[in-house]
Design a protein around this ligand. Structure first.
Ligand SMILES: *Cc1c(COP(=O)(O)O)cnc(C)c1O
Length: 495
């Protein structure tokens, strides 16, 4: 297939210099009217020690130069609005603009978090309804929207498990985590004061019941499990797994970052999970990363609800909403106010716009897309765990590695075809992992173009491995020395 859309060319404005290089003495971005009051000397007001005559190298540029410079830079960015963003484990789906309209509505965007309850009933209702919808989607009983990210949701959930067990007289010492887990899992567990014990995955890439039986001792507080796991494989023995943990007095924490595979199809609450988090910025189309706010709500079964972060929004018998701050068993606050409120607005807009049927279809499409990709690539890229996947798939560079080309090299070459790379080298249990998550947002046409690009790279590896090893060839900056870039970053310009 001719793939004209997808051969990257150098960008027209890729030769953008630094803003300092546009500087000219006396140029300014502001133009004040002349003073009609007596001038005050800044030097005198501040004192000479705080007043600087000159900022060495400070750029002097016009307003238009500033606008053009940063607008040109912004066009270098690759985002979900530019093209497919198949970064496995990240669920980089489209964020519908209508969510932004909702989040910017005056009453929602400008209310003060300390406003009296009677004046912010609408905002409290948004929080209440969002939590209610997430509880229904997950099959859990209560939800806190406070945590600001998935990782903080994990910490919150594990702290609740600790508080619950401690109250029963023994908080225990360990949390079991499969070796396929996301790095935040062991980090959260360690931060919470527990120690991590690893569970090895079996040849199917899932938890081995025999190993769990051995590992799940009276010292273990919880099993922390991702389902589907980071290989994109559903733990089909999840009920047996949860039963075993419960029988030994432990709790089951589910990392719900992969809920894009389950929403509307399966509820973790019904298969035995006690506490889990969600990533609104993954599954529920709130914006992702870029330093902006995230949202990692935590959902629990009834018996853990007293330990939820405080405060909690309640609905009264009269149908009004109130903030409950009297929660003696709460683990306390994990975030200011009620979490990142704007994210709750966006997620609720998305959930309500789709409805139960739409959410279910989204899941089915996401799973179909991932299976389509893996089936169309498995003849040229190694598939270490050959099973139907859920919303993402993990291939490996094993065949290409025989010619010296690794997952990171293939990813760099993909940039030349105009695609954002997949996730490289994760999960750690797959050497040379190529982890692809297309999400439901990709059309078949776009998936075909992406697949053809990866097939073309595989051919290039056969014909001319050095060409791939030196990719990318079309970007402004070619192959970076990643070790030096990480260890000796140059973060500022000096005159
Ligand atoms: C993204 C992710 C996390 C962490 O979520 P953040 O919001 O980035 O903190 C945890 N576990 C899995 C499986 C993930 O994919």
């Amino acid at each position: 297939m001719e793939n004209r859309n997808h051969t990257a060319r150098p960008h027209v404005t890729e030769n953008e210099g630094l803003i300092f290089e546009r500087s000219g003495p006396g140029k300014s971005g502001v133009d004040f009217a002349s003073l009609d009051v007596p001038a005050v000397s800044a030097r005198e007001r501040l004192g000479a020690e705080f007043y600087r005559e000159d900022l060495e190298g400070f750029p002097e540029v016009s307003e238009l130069e500033v606008i053009r410079h940063f607008t040109r830079l912004s066009t270098w960015n690759y985002g979900v609005d530019t093209g497919i963003y198949p970064l496995g484990s990240c669920t980089m789906k489209y964020n519908p603009r209508i969510n932004e309209v909702a989040a910017r509505l005056e009453g929602l965007a400008t209310d003060h978090p300390y406003a009296p309850e009677p004046l912010v009933q609408g905002c409290l209702r948004v929080l209440y309804e969002t939590a209610l919808a997430l509880a229904e989607i997950t099959g859990m009983d209560a939800v806190s929207l406070q945590p600001a990210a998935g990782a903080q949701g994990e910490l919150t959930g594990i702290l609740m498990i600790r508080a619950f067990l401690a109250e029963r007289g023994n908080a225990r010492r360990y949390v079991l985590i499969p070796d396929s887990a996301h790095g935040t899992n062991p980090a959260s567990v360690t931060t919470s004061g527990y120690s991590v014990r690893n569970l090895k995955s079996n040849e199917r890439g899932t938890v081995d019941l025999g190993d769990l039986d051995v590992g799940m001792t009276e010292e273990v507080a919880a099993l922390m499990l991702t389902n589907p796991n980071t290989l994109g494989i559903f733990e089909t023995q999840i009920r047996e797994i949860c039963d075993l943990v419960h029988a030994r007095g432990g709790l089951v924490y589910m990392d719900g970052a992969n809920m894009n595979a389950l929403v509307g199809v399966a509820q973790p609450g019904t298969f035995g999970v006690d506490v889990m988090h969600l990533n609104l910025h993954k599954t529920f189309t709130t914006p992702h990363g870029g330093g902006g706010p995230g949202s990692g709500p935590v959902a629990v079964k009834d018996f853990l609800a007293p330990y939820l972060p405080s405060p909690v929004i309640e609905r009264t018998a009269e149908g009004t909403y109130r903030i409950d701050r009297t929660r003696p068993k709460s683990i306390g606050r994990v975030r200011a106010f009620y979490g990142n409120f704007g994210m709750a607005v966006r997620a609720l807009a998305y959930i309500m716009a789709n409805g139960p049927e739409g959410l279910r279809q989204t899941t089915l499409d996401a799973v179909l897309n991932a299976n389509y990709v893996v089936r169309r690539l498995a003849d040229i890229y190694d598939l270490p765990y050959d099973q139907p996947c859920m919303h993402e798939c993990v291939l490996s560079d094993r065949r290409q590695a025989a010619r010296g080309v690794r997952t990171g090299d293939i990813a760099k070459r993909l940039i030349d075809y105009g695609f954002h790379p997949y996730t490289t080298s994760f999960p750690l249990i797959v050497p040379g992992a190529m982890m692809i998550e297309p999400t439901e947002s990709a059309s078949k046409q776009e998936l075909d173009e992406f697949i053809e690009a990866l097939r073309a790279v595989a051919r290039e590896v056969e014909e001319d491995p050095d060409f791939v090893l030196n990719a990318p060839h079309t970007t402004r900056i070619l192959r970076l020395d990643e070790a030096t870039a990480a260890r000796k970053p140059v973060l500022r310009w000096k005159p």
